[in-house]
Write a protein that binds this ligand. Sequence first.
Ligand code: GAP
Length: 517
Amino acid sequence: MAKDDIFKKIIAHCKEYGFIFPSSEIYDGLGAVYDYGQNGAELKNNIKKYWWDAMVLLNENIVGIDSAIFMHPRIWEASGHVGAFNDPLIDNKDSKKRYRADTLIEDFLDKLEDKIHKELEKARNKFGDDFDEEKFKETNPRVLETRKKINEIKSRYIKASEKEDLGELKQIILDAGIACPESGSKNWTDVRQFNLMFSTQLGSVNEDTYTIYLRPETAQGIFVNFLNVQKTARLKIPFGIAQIGKAFRNEIVARQFVLRMREFEQMEMQYFISPGTEMKWYEFWKNARMKWHKAIGMGDEKYRFHDHDKLAHYANAATDIEFKFPTGFKEVEGIHSRTDYDLGNHEEFSGKKIQYFDNETNKSYCPYVVETSIGLDRTLFSIISNAFTQEKVDWEGSAKEERVVMKIHPALTPVKLAVLPLTKKDGLPEKAREIMDNLKLDFNCQYEEKDSIGRRYRRQDAIGTPFCITVDHQTLDDNTVTVRYRDTMKQERVNISRLQEIMGEKVSMKKLLEKLK
Ligand code: GAP
């Protein structure tokens, strides 16, 4: 199936099964804003818990905070967001579509890289074991020509970005012959800067109101609380402050469902370190964060690092962890070495000393920072899109039919188990309720008695419930139930007293966290 069709199917599934809805849908929606339904909210909470515990429980030197969304407007001047949090945008005159100029160029470079990759694959298939990849790259004329083109465009692009030379960005698009993905036309406007922050008015009386911004990242709430937290928690460098919260960006190209939203959620951790140790900690957090992602079990090959050529205004080194979505690789998390850019600027703009006193060296300094910044919505969608599976099954002995099953890690699934009385009579519902009442203190359980057992299994598969417990007439005689496993669809008869043990093991967050040690 075409990539776009799968993407559309997954979006439809998200809506049908209460994961994600378009926001304000009865008013025809609001661009790039989404609401999480009953299953999406549970999944989100589980991901947050996995992240929070991995940061705050597993690291004695990391604490978590929850700072306000509204912040003093000077913060955004100090952070550079008022001056530099811009996207260069360009319009295609024929399709009237608006694009980010940098994204157009980066996508074009990715296409050229793909071209080289395809040449290599073709040659590898042709020459088999005798294939010498390095030699091929150095000698094949088509590969050499494409590499030369990539290097030329890249070098111009980096220079133009550093100098914020918008004319040169447009010229690169023209020279490379980049066409509008919608219309194929190369008829472009000039490139213009566009600030991504939303603003609003604070205060009720006209004279007292002033413009404030909805935070475009949660990180600044951590920076401005650096002294409060360090002193009250008596933390010694190196230490980290973690936070989960909403961020807002007036994205120009708001497409691709929850991958690019105007209101989204971030999970950020700022790690405060001494100057000169930033590369060591940058490498450390790169590896630690990749391990966190891979522990979810979606396949190591689904992830890759993508080092930035063009650095954000605050960073001296940066990489993305990218995940392979149905539409291709896309960033889910950024790891940035931010130096003392933020604390230093807040010191200057606020006029307050932001220094750390090192008892061992008897010196004060402004700490450096390595940050890990993961998008909760993108992580959630990576899990959903990876879990979405369509398979042909032999349903209750009938002809083969299709089931849609969400193969989400059991520790993260919205519902952990469903309790299903086989019929609505003979005391089975009462027995099922009794089982449910015992288990619901530990697990998110669902009780369902409507429809055939097959349909109920199918509904649970579609939201990823790892266990279905069926209560039948035998249950009343010998206190046993059948446990049906989501992925294998195998059923096992077990005593009710064993349910806690069987499921607790599989759905426990501890299992995930243990992999991070
Ligand atoms: N404090 C650093 C920072 O905000 P970023 O790379 O701009 O860095 C971090 O954002 C993460 O936030 C990204 O990796 C992505 O997962 C998520 N993110 C950024 N913009 C987003 C958007 N418009 N919609 C959904 N997620 C977004």
